[in-house]
Design a protein. Structure first.
Length: 150
């Protein structure tokens, strides 16, 4: 079970219905958080336009699906996910109008290096990496290259 206070909109987590009932044989699904309530999480599948569906008469908003906290778990960071998130040899260099910095990932830890300052963060799950990146850079980590979640 997850703690909703650790998450924010846009985080990728895993819906695993077998966590709630072992008899359920539905496959796990990586989902993008679209709503956070005290006892459940609303989601959409990542990398798909879920906000509207087009019909002859125009766009119709799609609803958000909710799951109980007992069915949800974090996505563990693996070398494949880290690489597909843009890290090359466990390193991600980021440059924008505000300057440049480097993120290094190794064995459950992220090092953030900017202007000769270095900070270390524990990071075992994808949502933690997303949150650290957002907190430090003020922008979302590009996860469009992650195919292991399809």
């Amino acid at each position: 079970m997850i703690n909703p206070s650790e998450y924010r909109l846009g985080n990728i987590i895993c819906w695993n219905p077998a966590l709630k009932d072992a008899a359920i044989t539905l496959p796990t699904l990586h989902i993008e958080i679209a709503a956070i309530l005290p006892d459940k999480i609303g989601y959409v599948s990542p990398n798909i336009d879920h906000r509207v569906e087009y019909f002859e008469d125009g766009p119709i908003p799609k609803g958000v699906v909710f799951r109980s906290l007992e069915e949800l778990e974090p996505v563990a960071l693996t070398p494949v996910i880290v690489a597909q998130a843009g890290f090359v040899q466990s390193r991600l260099d980021v440059s924008n109008e505000k300057g440049s910095c480097t993120f290094m990932y190794a064995e459950g830890e992220v090092r953030y290096i900017e202007d000769q300052k270095e900070f270390h963060y524990t990071c075992k799950y994808l949502h933690q990496l997303q949150n650290i990146f957002y907190a430090l850079k003020g922008m979302e980590l590009d996860l469009s290259g992650i195919t292991v979640m399809a």
